[in-house]
Design a protein around this ligand. Structure first.
Ligand SMILES: *Cc1c(COP(=O)(O)O)cnc(C)c1O
Length: 426
């Protein structure tokens, strides 16, 4: 498959080969990662990458779009069907772009947005000062309750009434519990704000009804396509057609979103990625995707229970979704050291802030773990129990060289039993 690359550019060829080997050899527990199907990968590596098609199906600024019109329309139709949405834009290059485009279509620069505190699980694009969001808009925050580590909807309502934001943002990167989008919607309606959900992390379970779908309760919903949705890297914006707060505008909300994406923020769409999104949405519409998502959640529960039974503390004492946050405070180790120790035994995770963290973002008090990738690989309850025990040992003794050597051997052995992408490196 990589013969041409090998001849043309041996340096990059070996990067791809080494990365394939790394993915095969190790346990992927980064909650935002997954393994796409070969069909999705083949579409991304196709001639569609050669095409320019600024505009939308049937309304392009270049000729020769009769075929990419078909793939983009299929992506749109399948996305709408998957989430029951009135409108879908499948062109955003990434989750961050999708959020920017959604803000541009709903807000004026400087408008006030109420979103989750970044240290409590929000995303960079939810108001970080080093991100466009924090520079272009005025963000005010809600966070989790210090006792329960869960959202307190009464408190959020109080903040919303006090702050009168133009937009209320729900949906997070590191919150292990379910959300009630209906409650966010009620608050938004009460204070005259838009409601936007960023379901990047939970789009998979939302698509199959294992998490409440935000689409009926939101003006706009954004999501990445490469996390639990298991598609190519990219994003998607779903919305209502009508602009609830500005019904008299010449453009409705659907048209505002489309023009915020193109020509507002982006030029030519990535036709090879959009077609791969169509393939992934098609896969997500199959019954197997529902059993996959339900195994992801089951695996997360088993992994969380195993960690807690082996002496670790989880933020909010468990999980309702695909991810969990280990609170390292009592272990005395920082996230940086623990992430590195786990890397050494081929268990891939990421360090993460926990709510009310007293350490810095570069060496926070948490490790985030998720089960979407291992579940794609075919792992189930038994494997989660094994992995949970390995994790708890290494997390508690990241300096124990003998322990790490033993765990690494067991990790490599388990990964050999669950091969991925066989024959792809040839
Ligand atoms: C991952 C994520 C994003 C951003 O996605 P990128 O594709 O990395 O830009 C946005 N919002 C949330 C909640 C996320 O988890």
């Amino acid at each position: 498959m990589m013969r041409d690359l090998k001849q043309r550019d041996p340096a990059i060829h070996s990067v791809v080969k080494n990365e394939l080997a790394r993915q095969q050899k190790g346990l992927e527990l980064i909650a935002s990662e997954n393994y796409v199907s070969r069909a999705v990968m083949q579409t991304m590596g196709s001639v569609l990458t050669n095409k320019y098609s600024e505009g939308y199906p049937g309304k392009r600024y270049y000729g020769g779009n009769e075929h990419v019109d078909v793939s983009e329309q299929l992506a749109i139709d399948r996305a709408k069907k998957l989430f029951g949405a009135e409108h879908a834009n499948v062109q955003p290059h990434a989750g961050s772009q999708a959020n920017m485009e959604a803000y541009f279509s709903l807000l004026n620069l400087g408008d006030k947005i109420l979103g989750m505190d970044l240290a409590h699980g929000g995303h960079l694009t939810h108001g970080s000062q080093v991100n466009f969001s924090g520079k272009f808009y005025k963000f005010v925050n809600y966070g989790v309750d210090k006792e329960t580590m869960r959202l307190d909807m009464d408190e959020i309502r109080k903040i919303a009434i006090r702050e009168k934001p133009r937009l209320i943002l729900s949906g997070f990167s590191a919150y292990p519990r379910k959300l009630d989008f209906r409650e966010f919607q009620e608050i938004a309606h009460e204070v005259g704000a838009y409601h936007m959900a960023d379901m990047a992390h939970i789009a998979g379970p939302c698509a199959v009804g294992l998490h409440q779908n935000p689409v009926p309760f939101c003006d706009v919903v954004t999501t990445t396509t490469h996390k639990t949705l298991r598609g190519p890297r990219g994003a998607l914006i779903l919305s209502k057609i009508e602009d609830r707060l500005r019904p008299d505008d010449k453009k409705n909300l659907a048209r505002k979103i489309d023009s915020a994406v193109f020509p507002g923020m982006q030029g030519g769409p990535l036709d090879h990625v959009i077609a791969a999104k169509a393939v992934a949405f098609g896969e997500a519409l199959q019954p197997e995707f529902e059993s996959y998502q339900s195994q992801v959640l089951k695996n997360a529960k088993v992994l969380a229970d195993t960690l807690m039974n082996n002496g670790l503390k989880l933020v909010s004492d468990g999980t309702d979704n695909h991810l969990m946050l280990v609170d390292l405070t009592k272990t005395g180790h920082g996230g940086k050291k623990v992430e590195k120790a786990l890397d050494e035994v081929f268990i891939f995770t990421n360090k993460n802030m926990i709510p009310f963290d007293e350490r810095s973002p570069f060496n926070p008090s948490g490790i985030r773990l998720g089960t979407p990738a291992l579940t794609t690989r075919g792992m189930k309850d038994d494997e989660m129990r094994k992995i949970g025990i390995w994790l708890s040992r290494v997390i508690q003794k990241p300096d124990d060289t003998y322990l790490k050597m033993k765990v690494k051997a067991e990790v490599l052995e388990l990964c050999r039993e669950f091969p991925i992408y066989e024959g792809l490196g040839e």
